[in-house]
Design a binder for this molecule. Structure first.
Ligand code: FES
Length: 167
């Protein structure tokens, strides 16, 4: 769970301005290790900005980038705009879903991966593209996508082994 101090700091950085609610929500979500807007965060934002919780929820629900559910450590965003669609996005998405055993909008039961479909990632010159957390991968094929997932799994496991070792 994210501390209320972080939420307070983010709101402070945005000048406590109610008009910047969306920016606040995105920043709070980014700061959460599970990349979502928790109920506690919603309550804190509503309290500090002195707005109804319903307004926070309606803004959060309107924007697909904001999630009210915890996301995986690796958030895989698959572009579904026309250029990526025409370049073979469907097969790439299918390969990702099959490899992870989940559909778009879902998180693996181990909490490592979430897959979401989004609009343009700004990488149309290398369609089809996906974004994993902050990294864009382009010119994808189903094979490349599966390889990326294998690399991410390894990265995660290596991180686990390192953090668990004693020196
Ligand atoms: S259309 Fe897919 S990244 Fe722009």
């Amino acid at each position: 769970m994210m501390s209320s101090t972080i939420v307070q700091d983010i709101i402070h950085q945005h000048g406590g301005d109610k008009a910047l609610l969306l920016q606040v929500l995105l920043a709070v979500q980014d700061a959460d290790p599970q990349k979502y807007l928790s109920e506690e965060s919603v309550n804190e934002i509503a309290r500090i900005l002195e707005i109804p919780r319903s307004r926070v929820y309606s803004t959060a629900s309107f924007y697909s980038e904001i999630s009210l559910q915890p996301r995986g450590i690796y958030l895989i965003r698959v572009c579904t705009n026309a250029p990526c669609e025409n370049a073979g996005k469907a097969l790439v998405l299918q390969a990702i879903e099959k490899e992870l055993g989940i559909g778009a909008g879902q998180t693996t039961s181990d909490g490592i991966f979430t897959v979401e479909c989004v609009n343009c990632l700004g990488a149309c010159y290398m369609s089809p593209a996906i974004k994993v957390n902050d990294v864009i991968y382009g010119d994808l094929t189903p094979e490349k996508a599966v390889k990326i997932i294998a690399e991410l799994r390894k990265e995660y496991q290596d991180g686990q082994n390192t953090s668990g070792s004693c020196i």
